[in-house]
Design a protein around this ligand. Structure first.
Ligand SMILES: [Mg+2]
Length: 388
């Protein structure tokens, strides 16, 4: 089988009055870069690159201008060889960030092709499923704009998730310790004791602040404290982890096995959160998982994108091992972004619906989704490279 075409699609939509704040800025748009790879056998694969902060147009341009010409004519089943080849070609300036997100989208699309060619879901190709459904937690509880009381709006949103059947949810913090404590207290008191509550500061604090906040949050039974300090501050992570009784998590801003090496070998977090669509796709994620299991550091992936990234992340979630294996292992949570996203579910024909707090993991070939090309063509700008 040969790769005959690569198309990168950019989707972007403004959020208007649904813009939402978090510890770093107010997000006023959702955007993403999708990658569609076609082959001489008529099989197509799709991937997504995480675009939380980087302009999706740049990611799409890396896919189509840098990487696409290098993989024309290659066999999608050589995905690991292709990964190393592309990484090496961008290594000098592209060890982290957008080039790796672009590489992730390509790798995910290649695995989609392999699965579709063999008639098997990606999780079968990666060694089989530990689970066929994912217990989800709601990511939301950002800072709504234009509301009279943020705390009241957060409480209403949290109660909505509880009513919808979520057993866990994640609150954004990082606005200053006093404000954070007001939100944590309000949400915890509203949802009661039975719902798991996580918080995420998106690296808003230094270690001393984060320790103070972690200790103050203890009485509200916070399950994990995500990205307390900047991703570069490994010693800060260690300090917070050692002084906090709340689990410390992080990793969504890290890339590739090389980037995760220090986080894992220094045991800087309790739970590692690599993002499949940012850190290098399935090929690289398998290596990160192997390294994490060797150091017995738990992994619960970060997930944030359209239903393409969601579908891919569900395939990964199926193969996520237990940390450690035991008779009654702890079941991981799957991140289910519920924050405003105008086209999250519109890009694929297949839709994902939560039932009783779980998402089913598709057992269809590849990622188990197909792009809704009518929607994508109508809403995306695209850059296409084709070779017969
Ligand atoms: Mg996060």
């Amino acid at each position: 089988m040969k790769i005959t075409g690569v198309t990168a699609y950019v989707l972007e939509e403004l959020l208007g009055d649904k813009a939402f704040g978090w510890s770093q800025w107010v997000t006023d748009r959702r955007q993403t870069a999708l990658c569609l790879i076609s082959t001489d056998e008529g099989i197509e694969g799709v991937g997504e690159a995480l675009s939380t902060s980087g302009p999706a147009r740049i990611v799409a341009s890396i896919i189509s201008d840098s990487f696409a010409p290098l993989i024309m004519g290659r066999d999608p089943f050589d995905s690991a060889v292709i990964w190393d080849f592309l990484y090496n070609r961008s290594r000098d300036q592209g060890m982290k960030g957008l080039p790796i997100a672009a590489l992730s989208a390509i790798d995910i699309a290649l695995w989609d092709i392999k699965g579709k060619a063999l008639g098997l879901p990606v999780y079968k190709l990666m060694g089989g499923a530990y689970r066929n459904k994912a217990r989800v937690y709601a990511t939301g509880l950002y800072e709504p704009q234009h509301v009279p009381s943020v705390a009241e709006a957060l409480v209403a949103e949290a109660l909505g998730y509880k009513k919808d059947g979520f057993s866990a949810m994640k609150l954004k913090i990082g606005y200053g310790i006093d404000t954070d404590m007001r939100y944590v207290k309000a949400v915890r008191e509203a949802i009661g004791e039975d719902i798991t509550l996580m918080v995420d500061a998106n690296h808003a604090y230094n270690a001393a602040e984060a320790v103070r906040l972690a200790q103050a949050m203890e009485e509200y039974d916070v399950y994990w404290f995500e990205e307390p300090v900047p991703p570069e501050d490994i010693d800060g992570y260690l300090e917070v982890k050692q002084k906090s009784r709340i689990l410390i998590t992080g990793g969504e801003c890290e890339f590739t096995r090389y980037g995760f090496r220090e986080l894992i070998t220094r045991r800087a977090v309790d739970i590692l959160q690599p993002d499949l669509c940012a850190t290098g796709g399935f090929t690289e994620m398998m290596k990160i998982l192997a390294m994490a299991s060797a150091w017995n550091v738990a992994v619960i992936p970060h997930v944030w994108g359209t239903s393409v990234g969601l579908a891919a992340s569900l395939q990964l979630f199926a193969v996520l091992p237990h940390f450690p294996e035991r008779r009654y292992p702890a079941e991981p949570f799957f991140e289910y972004d519920r924050s405003p996203h105008p086209f999250r579910d519109a890009v694929t024909r297949e839709k994902f619906v939560m039932r009783d707090g779980y998402l089913d993991i598709p057992d269809r070939p590849g990622l188990g989704v197909t792009l809704d090309m009518d929607f994508v063509r109508e809403h995306a700008t695209s850059v296409k490279l084709e070779k017969g």
